[in-house]
Design a binder for this molecule. Structure first.
Ligand SMILES: *Cc1c(COP(=O)(O)O)cnc(C)c1O
Length: 231
């Protein structure tokens, strides 16, 4: 089941790329395994998946420790509390959810201590939802400029969590605005900033996100099935 769904998602990615005149190699699929057991992750690994997304520090570290497989990447996609940062340093390939200088400073300090550099994305609340984390789009450049000055974090791009909508098309304009912001900031050529990753699109809308320029899509339900939070 997981294997078939993974194949289906990969096929959809190829088709979305074709529609947009893009190469499928430009798009990385993150299999969002939060709440799912290691047995489900094992099936995905057997089907060739190497990049996984988690939204809790403890769960990410436990799963990483369980697999002990350097070929796997563990991405932190959820809101990150500053007091949890120290557990995450050195364990994650990319933190998608940096939205404040204070959080970036904590990651910088933890990385310095570990003699590491941590790759991050800046999370943008493009739809201005009161319930969501992320910096407002008009404040993104200012935040990026101050975070870029921290020596042990490396900004690799932008991330957004689009609204929960009935139709994927309803998020097209949000994705388009994200792509524009990404290009605008890329064009500023800020020191220590590499605008090469645009993380957007989930199960419901990743195909539209790819058409609008996503380079990373985060798909959970579409691969592993519905999550059950009451186990
Ligand atoms: C859970 C989650 C996803 C995956 O959501 P699905 O709808 O299951 O694909 C993607 N991004 C973030 C930040 C998440 O927390």
């Amino acid at each position: 089941m997981i294997q078939e769904k993974l194949t289906e998602v990969r096929d959809n990615i190829i088709q979305s790329c074709a529609r947009a005149g893009r190469s499928p190699e430009e798009v990385t699929l993150i299999a969002v395994s939060k709440t799912k057991p290691v047995s489900a992750i094992e099936v995905a690994i057997a089907a060739g998946q190497t990049v996984f997304g988690e939204n809790k520090v403890q769960e990410l570290c436990d799963k990483r420790e369980y697999f002990q497989n350097p070929a796997l990447q563990w991405h932190m996609i959820g809101h990150l509390q500053r007091n949890k940062v120290k557990y995450l340093i050195g364990k994650t390939a990319l933190i998608h959810s940096v939205d404040s200088l204070r959080l970036a400073e904590q990651i910088d300090a933890g990385s310095a201590k570990a003699g590491a550099e941590t790759d991050i994305l800046i999370e943008v609340n493009m739809a201005r939802e009161g319930t969501k984390f992320g910096v407002m789009p008009e404040d993104a450049e200012r935040l990026i400029r101050v975070v870029a000055a921290l020596p042990h974090v490396h900004i690799c791009g932008l991330m957004t969590i689009a609204p929960y909508v009935a139709e994927a098309e309803d998020n097209r304009s949000i994705f388009r605005q994200m792509y524009q912001l990404y290009i605008d900031i890329k064009d500023k050529k800020i020191d220590n900033v590499d605008m090469k990753i645009l993380s957007m699109g989930m199960t419901r809308d990743y195909q539209v996100a790819i058409e609008e320029g996503a380079t990373m899509v985060r798909v959970g339900t579409g691969i592993f099935g519905e999550r059950n939070y009451n186990r």
